[in-house]
Design a binder for this molecule. Structure first.
Ligand code: NAP
Ligand code: MG
Length: 401
């Protein structure tokens, strides 16, 4: 049996253990059942190095063109990686480059399972993060101030008008300076993406910033968000979606004792930090799904976790591994289901639902990798190997087709 996928998916390959699992998932869980064409980009760190990172830029543009992408985790090189792989330089984060081109919002949602209780006992439903994926500290300029002098913030109008100039600090000695920015256009599309997601999922929408301290920058986010909410009031009401704005500190304090079932819209940095906190609180990084939603519609699906380097070195030595493939499988089902929705092929969407159910039932039956054995209730004594888990999912999937 083979289900035909009408249009191509942009496939972005990556590094280390995530790359090993990527190919296992394709061979064992996808190729036997779906007939799909992919537009393949190899973002292995060596390929990025050979192409002076142009391959990353091309991959991002391909997602914009085809509308659906699926990405494997990739190494963001640091000095150690430059040494390890003999790279020309420490190339930028591929995810940062792709986000910069597609703009958009990253939604991260945990997969909840009956036998994996969240560490935070009040959490009964997923807490989804909508992270603004443009600007702020991720697109900054910084100066290490060598000694006494004046640090200034200057805006020079393009129309030749008078520059706006503010003194940040009169330095008496060494220090640091940073300039960050955002754009009204990007903030508006962030707000719209969150509103659309909340409507689709029928969950309350929260947004938080630090507008008490940052009375211009953060207040601008707050006001734009509110304007978009006002503009979509009727749609939101029809879907029963409420909007709640609060200070970021208050939001953090509330989230930790909330039952969940909300979309929490976060500025770029807050979303980066809080999504890691939520992933570990919900059980494992390998249960966190991630999708980048571009304002014009394209979507890129991936696992929230990285390349799982330590497991890769064990794998290279021939040692058995117990790496969880759940989020990678869900990246593929997310991408395929989106493709199927756009193409009007419900049989593709249906296959994705069955595969996701097979994964969930496998774990709930007590077959799971080591990361979950640690937090499972009731306890399980024997973790599955990387391959053993994927094969168990395949057996279960077979019984559903
Ligand atoms: P990581 O690869 O997510 O791994 C952190 C730890 O989390 C692992 O050592 C492992 O713990 C556990 N873990 C993560 N995924 C797992 C899975 N699927 N199954 C079981 N355990 C899992 O993060 P990292 O070690 O900080 O980064 C490694 C590399 O990934 C870096 O080069 C980084 O640049 C890159 N990275 C890429 C992305 C991306 O492309 N989206 C995201 C993050 C990091 P134990 O070792 O204790 O078993
Ligand atoms: Mg983070």
């Amino acid at each position: 049996m083979s289900i035909k996928v009408k249009n191509p998916i942009v496939e972005i390959d990556g590094d280390e253990m995530a790359r090993i699992i990527w190919h296992m998932v394709k061979e064992r869980l996808l190729h036997p059942y779906v007939d799909m064409e992919t537009i393949y980009y190899d973002l292995h760190v060596k390929r990025r190095d050979e192409t002076d990172d142009q391959i990353t830029v091309e991959a991002a543009h391909a997602i914009a063109q085809y509308g659906v992408g699926c990405k494997c985790a990739t190494i963001t090189p640091n000095e150690a990686r430059v040494q390890e792989y003999g790279l020309k330089k420490a190339w930028r984060s591929p995810n940062g480059t792709i986000r910069g081109i597609l703009d958009g919002t990253v939604f991260r949602a945990p997969i909840m399972l009956k036998n994996i209780p969240p560490t935070v006992r009040t959490w009964k439903k997923p807490i989804i993060i909508g992270r603004h994926a443009y600007g702020d500290v991720y697109k900054n300029q910084e100066i290490q101030v060598p000694g006494p002098g004046r640090g200034e913030l200057v805006f020079t109008p393009a129309d030749g008008g008078e520059p706006i100039r503010l003194t940040i600090q009169e330095f008496a000695g060494p220090g640091v300076l940073q300039g960050i920015h955002n754009t009204e256009k990007s903030i508006r599309s962030f707000a719209r993406a969150c509103i659309q997601y909340a409507i689709a999922q029928r969950v309350p929408l929260w947004f938080a910033a630090k507008d008490t301290i940052s009375k211009t920058y953060h207040a601008f986010f707050r006001d734009i968000f509110q304007e978009e909410v006002n503009a979509h009031q009727a749609e939101m009401e029809a879907a029963g979606v409420t909007y709640f704005y609060t200070l970021i500190d208050d939001a953090v304090a509330r989230v930790i004792r909330h039952e969940g079932g909300i979309l929490w819209a976060c500025t770029n940095y807050d979303g980066d930090v809080m999504s890691d906190m939520l992933a570990s609180g919900f059980g494992s990084l390998a249960l966190m799904t991630s999708v980048l939603v571009s304002p014009d519609g394209p979507m890129e699906f991936e696992a929230a976790h990285g390349t799982v380097q330590r497991h890769y070195y064990a794998h290279l030595k021939g040692e058995p591994t117990s790496t969880n493939s759940t989020a990678i499988i869900f990246a593929w089902t997310g991408a395929l289901a989106r493709r199927g929705t756009l193409d009007g092929t419900p049989e593709v969407v249906d296959f994705c639902k069955r595969l996701e159910a097979a994964v969930i039932e496998t774990i709930e039956s007590g077959m799971m990798t080591k990361d979950l054995v640690r937090v499972c209730d009731p306890p399980v004594d024997q973790p599955a190997t990387t391959e053993g888990f994927i094969d168990a999912v395949r057996n279960r999937l077979e019984s559903k087709l």
